[in-house]
Design a protein around this ligand. Structure first.
Ligand SMILES: [Fe+2]
Length: 258
């Protein structure tokens, strides 16, 4: 028994570790009387050089979304640019909208990503918005690394025209007070990598910006009238993701009869 026990523990560890590395699709259905019709969007974040094309391209084809939203940290270093650009280029057949995360800033990739996006018809939203049809409006906010412009973008977003179902793409969930105050219907975030480790009731052990036992590590949150969804990201790197598989998010938006 003494010899079997450590061996069993190792086997359990390997099983949970492997299970935690299989990327999952997380789906949210959101209904609102403001939405006229039905739309499906794919939400991707926090790629950090992870190779996902071998399974994701086929999945996206099956889903046939009305658009793709990138919520930051898709690019993080010049070394990973071929992985980032190949994926985003292949998915650019779908209407694509993006915001910058902290890693696009720290790796000084803003200029390069803007140029790449322009060439591939991908639209970065930086304090501005687009009409997605079905009375849905999409807005985007840079990561706060941008300094002064971050404040300008927040002011611009607060002054937006209301009436549509409003979605905000914002890389990190830390600005939850602003999301609620600005009255968005839905906010889509990433950045936290699901808090790396999830065991039982612990939804995340650590997330940058929030510290240990982060409140907004991943999942769905209600901030007054604003719903916030935090995606756990696609990243698979040297840091273990225990009980916290990488994920991509789909959101189904539907009209609701009053
Ligand atoms: Fe981030």
């Amino acid at each position: 028994m003494r010899e079997i026990f450590p061996e069993l523990l190792v086997k359990i560890w390997i099983f949970v570790y492997n299970e935690s590395m299989n990327t999952v699709q997380r789906t949210y259905v959101i209904e609102s009387e403001k939405i006229k019709g039905e739309k499906t969007f794919l939400v991707l974040s926090d790629l950090h050089g992870t190779k996902v094309e071998h399974f994701l391209l086929e999945k996206v084809k099956e889903l046939s979304p009305d658009g793709i939203f990138y919520v930051g940290d898709m690019a993080d270093s010049i070394k990973h640019q071929p992985v980032t650009e190949s994926l985003m280029q292949k998915l650019s057949a779908y209407p694509s909208y993006a915001v910058f995360g902290n890693h696009e800033y720290s790796a000084r990739l803003i200029g390069r990503m803007e140029h790449f996006a322009k060439e591939n018809g991908i639209r970065y939203l930086r304090g501005d918005g687009v009409d997605l049809g079905a009375n849905i409006a999409l807005y985007g906010l840079d990561d706060r690394y941008v300094g002064k412009d971050f404040e300008r973008q927040k002011r611009a977003l607060k002054g937006r025209k209301e009436g549509s179902f409003s979605i905000l793409l914002a890389h990190r969930p830390d600005d939850y007070d602003f999301f609620e105050e600005a009255g968005f219907d839905l906010v889509l975030c990433g950045h936290t990598h699901g808090g790396q480790i999830r065991i039982g009731a612990i939804n995340g052990l650590y997330a940058p910006g929030q510290g240990i036992f982060p409140k907004y590590a991943g999942g769905e949150y209600q901030l007054g009238k604003t719903k916030m969804i935090v995606g756990r990201g696609l990243v698979q790197n040297a840091l273990p993701r225990w009980g916290n598989p990488p994920e991509y998010v789909t959101i189904h938006l539907k009209g609701k009869k009053v």
